[in-house]
Design a protein around this ligand. Structure first.
Ligand SMILES: Cc1cc2nc3c(=O)[nH]c(=O)nc-3n(C[C@H](O)[C@H](O)[C@H](O)COP(=O)(O)OP(=O)(O)OC[C@H]3O[C@@H](n4cnc5c(N)ncnc54)[C@H](O)[C@@H]3O)c2cc1C
Length: 284
């Protein structure tokens, strides 16, 4: 049974931020509630106030401006998977959104809630790293922008200050000629492993590659060193180049064994699936 909770429904960012500042640890922002209600029902979180952010209009907007898509924090996974601008300019992200959980969670859960919770077993953040996405955070003190890789701090930890809200995610278009793919491995609803690749080929070789891995360790990460090693090689050589990097990937990804798979299994499958997703991106 849930304990009675005070419900606040602010209509501005400043009001929501002031509520967080006033109630401190006893309050939490509430968007879709997909994660929050689970925590409350299982007694993993003790709060007295929920600050429902869904009445703040700007958090529901999706717009395309200057080669980037701007997505409000309260846009749901279902809206994103179906949105024409997302499907056109960020198809791998639209695909990742279509893979989240099940139709109930996709209708209820929001992109902002997903990124702010930063559960390691998530899909959207991994492919957003390929787009070099950034986030806008806001409070009654003002707004600031951060790269998504700076926003993800650790497992369930982000750069959000206690009185801040995640307002918007900016998703730049990929460079001209770059194709992108996302693939996930799952035994249950939440992914065991998610890999994303962006690749631009020139004269049969990899001119530019972007790679990201999620779910293996505490947070989704870009693989910049491996990307540099792939540059100038043939696609057919990429699996070998990835396989020899396994120990470096272990250091970088810090694989965690859990109910979804052992650390060694996740790491091995990462090397296999990075090859798969690179080929899938190139074949788009
Ligand atoms: C059964 C199940 C299966 C799932 N499977 C998957 C999956 O396969 N892939 C995947 O990626 N995810 C999966 N999820 C996670 C889910 O998609 C996201 O966690 C969900 O979208 C969270 O969004 P929400 O709006 O419901 O957040 P809420 O539950 O409302 O909030 C989650 C957390 O984020 C904070 N928060 C919410 N909005 C903001 C904001 N604007 N600014 C700052 N903080 C905020 C809240 O205070 C809370 O701490 C699954 C969840 C469930 C319950």
């Amino acid at each position: 049974m849930l304990q009675p909770l005070q419900l606040l429904q602010p209509s501005t960012v400043a009001e929501a931020s002031r509520a967080l500042a006033e109630f401190g640890d006893k309050a939490k922002l509430y968007a879709g509630g997909a994660e929050l209600l689970l925590l409350l029902r299982n007694g993993l979180l003790q709060i007295e106030t929920v600050v429902d952010v869904k009445a703040i209009p700007r958090l529901h907007q999706v717009s395309v401006e200057a080669n980037a898509i701007h997505v409000g924090a309260c846009v749901t996974h279902h809206e994103l998977q179906a949105h024409p601008a997302i499907r056109q300019h960020a198809p791998a992200f639209a695909y990742a959104e279509s893979q989240v959980a099940n139709v109930r969670v996709r209708n209820q859960g929001t992109l902002g809630g997903n990124l702010a919770f930063n559960d390691p077993h998530s899909d959207p953040g991994t492919v957003l790293l390929i787009h070099q996405a950034s986030v806008t955070l806001g409070s009654s003190r003002g707004e600031r922008q951060l790269r998504l890789d700076e926003f993800f701090v650790d497992m369930y930890a982000t750069a959000l200050e206690p009185d801040e809200l995640l307002l918007e995610v900016e998703i730049p278009f990929l460079p001209l000629g770059m194709k992108c793919a996302y693939q996930r491995l799952h035994r249950y609803q939440r992914p065991t492993l998610g890999v994303a690749a962006g690749v631009r080929m020139s004269n049969g070789t990899i001119a530019e590659a972007r790679l990201a891995v999620g779910c293996v360790g505490p947070k989704a990460v870009r693989l910049s060193d491996l990307e540099a090693k792939l540059r100038g090689s043939k696609l057919s050589e990429s699996r070998q180049l990835i396989a020899v990097e396994k120990e470096q990937l272990r250091q970088l990804l810090r694989p965690v064994g859990d109910l979804l798979g052992s650390a060694d299994y996740k790491l091995y499958m990462t090397t296999v699936m990075l090859g798969n997703v690179l080929e899938a991106a190139a074949a788009q």
